[in-house]
Design a protein around this ligand. Structure first.
Ligand code: PMP
Length: 397
């Protein structure tokens, strides 16, 4: 009790009603609390625990690296093998052009770096974002985040940002020669799991190439197997100029990156040198964890598993939707799924009821009618069944 009182008093509260689980430990798909309860985590700490909580191979890599060295120098000065090894392994799984990695601590920093890089490389300053997007909460990332209610208190943000409607082809002509970069998620996560139309991302890419604007693809939430491919861009066969990653990248440790081709990345090393620096970006322990996590993902074919299990979850939820009027639509790809309710109140009620039954669900930041379903990709069949049964129970309650 004392800890939760201090939590409310001494930690800055960002939520009007924090979930308040007092965590004792977490393992695999479960979070265990001080009061002896176990919660099945169907949101993976918001898209982070793709390889499960406290995956033993990740913990081992963390321990091994921690025994060798922690932070030794700001990013990019010393040769640190955890960073180098992860950059090599990561780029092996990316389109050939995406060969140079800049490590950050988070998704918002990855997007900050990508925006600065695009401005410096193109010499242009106009930016294009999409309504319903989320790219982070620092000033730069917030400037291209497409939700007015979160932007308004912090105006003025970056000037010359234009928002377009996601999936609207007609507005793409707004992308012209004055634009440094277009930034988009392949699937809008916080926007309520909004999928792109089949060739929308390709149309954006084509328009960018035509006018010399860079395409920044934010795979912070969709990356590392979440959507049934290692990276979501593989579904639509696009190759961005700059790719941003974070969340599951560090397998539970803080780690992000922006990745581009050498010619673009060189812009950060001259006029002036040290154009973009970070103290902790690419922390050796985070990179060691990221490497272990990435290898685990690949060796255990988790992206493929995410595709198969995601289909089962999607079809089970679609079945549930047909049983009553409460659900408007179930949509998603791989294990990135949203249940859109007709009423926000139902969404809140179902999430609260599921929690009482030991299942962690959540809603998406921009859409309070969409229940987020994004379990660890290591989820067992038995855990899947338990989760789905709990959702059904919560819907009926
Ligand atoms: N981009 C996307 C698509 C995200 O979903 C998020 C986090 N929800 C971010 C960026 C920001 O990442 P972080 O919280 O690590 O700064």
């Amino acid at each position: 009790m004392k800890v939760s009182r201090s939590f409310l008093r001494h930690l800055c509260q960002t939520s009007s009603s924090p979930i308040g689980l007092e965590v004792q430990r977490a393992l695999g798909s479960y979070i265990y609390t001080q009061d002896g309860n176990a919660y099945l985590d169907f949101i993976s700490g918001i898209g982070v625990a793709n390889v499960g909580h406290a995956n033993p191979v990740v913990i081992e890599a963390i321990c091994q690296q921690a025994k060798k060295y922690l932070h030794v120098m700001v990013y990019g000065e010393y040769v640190q093998s955890p960073q180098v090894n992860l950059a090599v392994e990561l780029t092996r799984h990316l389109p050939r052009s995406l060969s140079v990695v800049y490590f950050t601590n988070s998704g918002t920093e990855a997007n900050e770096g990508a925006i600065k890089l695009a401005k410096k490389f193109t010499g242009r300053s106009r930016l294009i974002g999409f309504h319903g997007s989320f790219h982070g909460d620092t000033h730069g990332a917030l400037s291209v985040t497409g939700r007015e209610v979160y932007r308004k208190p912090f105006l003025p943000l970056l000037p010359k940002v234009t928002f377009l409607r996601f999936n609207d082809y007609k507005v793409l002509k707004e992308i012209d020669e004055s634009v440094a970069a277009v930034i988009t998620e392949p699937i809008q996560g916080e926007g309520g799991i909004q999928l792109p139309n089949d060739d929308f991302l390709m149309a954006v890419q084509r328009r960018c190439r035509k006018v010399g604007a860079l395409l920044i693809l934010d795979e912070v939430q969709t990356g590392f197997g979440r959507t049934g491919k290692l990276f979501a861009m593989e579904h639509w066969k696009i190759t961005p100029d700059i790719l941003t990653l974070a969340k599951a990248m560090g397998a539970g440790m803080p780690l992000g990156a922006f990745i581009a081709r050498p010619a673009i990345m060189r812009a950060l090393s001259k006029n002036p040198p040290l154009s973009h620096v970070t103290t902790f970006g690419g922390h050796p322990v985070s990179c060691a964890a990221g490497m272990a996590g990435l290898r685990f993902l690949i060796e255990n074919r988790l992206p493929q598993k995410s595709a198969l299990m995601g289909e089962k979850i999607l079809s089970a939820l679609t079945g549930l939707a047909k049983k009553g009027p409460m659900i408007r639509e179930v949509r998603g790809i791989g294990m990135m799924i949203g249940i859109e309710m007709r009423q926000a109140a139902d969404c809140k009620r179902v999430v609260a009821r599921a929690l009482k039954e030991g299942l962690i669900l959540g809603w998406t930041l921009h859409t309070d009618r969409v229940i987020r379903v994004s379990p660890p990709l290591t989820l067992s069949e038995e855990e899947m069944t338990r989760g789905l049964e709990t959702i059904e129970k919560a819907l009926r309650a």
